[in-house]
Design a protein around this ligand. Structure first.
Ligand code: CA
Ligand code: CA
Ligand code: CA
Length: 376
């Protein structure tokens, strides 16, 4: 097997599979209830269906459905009632999860039933939502999921979406060429392929959750930065969402010159975006947003941003997990290494921009162009 083929296979084996998508949104907006402090708590009515479920359930009766009302107050206290009917069997569990429509995410709150699984409510001792999770609720990023014995991963699902958020499309284009990366040791040049990555919508945090902790990379970041593997991020950073299938492709893979990834998200004023994707000809480098909070604004003065992100807002960072070899040549880099997570450990474990670590790279021109477009 040629080395080139071997490296392509090594990388492809490491690429995690993505979620499929479903746009079946059946939500509508319920009543607004005035709170003692004058603010309004919006009660949202949600329809649950098998069509929204990820992964696709099996053996679901045609009439399987659910109806829910849910509200979250300013302190993060959740009130919810979910009624289900015509499932393949008794509902065994019901939860509120974090995740946009079309992606599966972690459980935030487990619901309980005292009528054998027909009606589910938030138990009295349930935890309250954090500030970040209240933000997720407001942008339509929470969902109900109801399980049965036949469909233990979920039989019906309902996205909790008040319709207050703006939908954005985000395009990441590889605009490198075969002359972009200078390799000094043999006076040649290379293109800079980019790996699948993950994004997160967040607010209020000083640093992007994707890059925390900053003194030693989380397991998700290490896997993306070293091997282009997005599989570990969901557990390492709840709320992170993988993007891994190039535009025009039907399977996950890296993008070379001319290639692109595109994903959509929902956000409300104050929400910010961050992403990571591997700078493939490296040991542990990645692109991410690089201003004070490692995040791209999605709103400015209350208005959705639109257009190309300025070059200076994105930079190459080093995950601090592997000693750097010359970009484009190293035997421990993903294109050449024998297996994932191979290379000498870097004693300087800081997650930092190359600039912040006093490192440089010989690039002739740009590699990544990011464009944010609000949807009508
Ligand atoms: Ca490094
Ligand atoms: Ca490592
Ligand atoms: Ca390596």
């Amino acid at each position: 097997m040629s080395n080139q083929l071997k490296s392509a296979l090594t990388l492809s084996v490491l690429l995690a599979l993505g979620a499929c998508s479903s746009d079946d949104d059946n939500d509508d907006i319920g009543d607004n209830v005035e709170q003692p402090d004058g603010s309004e708590t919006q009660t949202i009515s949600v329809t649950l269906s098998s069509a929204q479920e990820i992964p696709v359930p099996t053996g679901v009766p045609a009439g399987a459905s659910g109806a829910a009302d849910v509200a979250v107050d300013a302190n993060g206290v959740v009130t919810a009632t979910v009624g289900v009917s015509n499932l393949s069997g008794a509902a065994t569990m019901a939860h509120i999860h974090r995740g946009f429509a079309g992606s599966a995410g972690p459980v935030l709150i487990g619901l309980s039933s005292d009528d054998g699984g027909t009606t589910w409510t938030v138990p009295e001792d349930a935890r309250v939502l954090t500030e970040e999770e209240i933000g997720a609720f407001n942008r339509g990023e929470l969902y109900f999921n109801v399980h049965t014995e036949t469909n233990s991963a979920g039989e019906i699902r309902g996205q909790i979406d008040a319709g207050n958020a703006t939908t954005f499309s985000v395009l990441l284009e590889n605009i490198s060429t075969t002359e972009t990366l200078g390799v000094a040791s043999d006076s040649t040049t290379q293109a800079v392929p980019l790996s699948p990555g993950v994004f997160i919508v967040h607010r209020d945090a000083a640093d992007s959750p994707l890059l925390l902790p900053r003194d030693a990379a989380n397991a998700g970041l290490e896997a993306v930065a070293e091997d282009g593997n997005v599989a570990l991020y969901a557990e390492a950073v709840p709320g992170s969402v993988p993007f891994n299938t190039p535009v025009g492709a039907d399977a996950p893979g890296p993008i070379g010159p001319g290639g692109a990834y595109e994903f959509t998200l929902q956000a409300v004023d104050g929400d910010k975006l961050d992403f990571v994707a591997m700078f493939i000809p490296s040991n542990d480098w990645f692109y991410t947003a690089t201003d004070a909070d490692n995040s791209l604004d999605l709103f400015v003065n209350g208005q959705p941003v639109s257009g190309e992100v300025a070059e200076g807002e994105i930079a190459i960072w080093d995950a601090g997990t592997e000693i750097d070899e010359e970009p484009g040549t190293g035997a421990n880099q993903v294109q050449r290494q024998a297996e994932a997570n191979t290379g000498d450990v870097d004693p300087d474990t800081r997650v930092s921009s190359l600039t912040g670590r006093g490192q440089t790279v010989n690039l002739n021109g740009r590699v990544l162009r990011v464009t944010i477009t609000p949807q009508p």
